[in-house]
Design a protein around this ligand. Sequence first.
Ligand SMILES: Nc1ncnc2c1ncn2[C@@H]1O[C@H](COP(=O)(O)OP(=O)(O)OP(=O)(O)O)[C@@H](O)[C@H]1O
Length: 218
Amino acid sequence: MLLKLRDIRKSFPGADAPVPVLRGIDLDLDEGESMALTGESGSGKSTLLHLVGGLDRPDAGRLDLDGVEVTALDDSGRAALRRGTVGMVFQQFNLIPSLNVGDNIAFQARLAGRHDAAATAALAERLGLGPHLAKYPEQLSGGQQQRTAIARTLAARPRLVLADEPTGNLDEATAEAVLDTMLELVAETGAALLMVTHSTHHAARMGRRLHLRAGRIA
Ligand SMILES: Nc1ncnc2c1ncn2[C@@H]1O[C@H](COP(=O)(O)OP(=O)(O)OP(=O)(O)O)[C@@H](O)[C@H]1O
């Protein structure tokens, strides 16, 4: 099992008492699987993604990723995991303004020691970024920036791709094509995909669906 969550709990400080956001989440995700994470606004989807990606720590519960007990790692251990095992696509693209599109795409793969120029170029082509490789992020549309961020994550060939509404800025046809590419790449590399989406249509494209309600799996 690539990803295993057991009784994961997380609260945030409230006015009087801590407010529970995740109240005991169990989840298993295997290599090559894709899963949609759905739920109302505020149901804890992003919080769960952050915990899985090692950006934050749960208050209780156990999280294992690729044979590593993430909940036992310190900050530097979790940072190493983010560089090597997990790839994240968030709504803020965090592209590096001083690097062109090609170097932005290669950035994480280089950090992970997995840069492959030919594979990166092919990936950029598949995401429709071929004509834009020499441009800088500020010269791109929002949708092109989003596709660059997706390419950057996938180019590093993570074992687990975490995506928070990764096609949110794209028109329906482009969103569909980008989703196709993500699913193909996940299948090709044997990675797993955990994707937050508000679209029931996109959720239906994933192998499985997990719906959060009131901090639990509905
Ligand atoms: N760092 C934080 N400090 C305090 N409260 C937080 C923090 N992060 C999230 N929350 C709260 O936790 C709850 C869940 O937030 P989260 O962002 O996980 O929801 P979501 O399901 O991703 O929502 P959306 O679909 O709107 O993005 C919300 O009530 C939010 O206000």
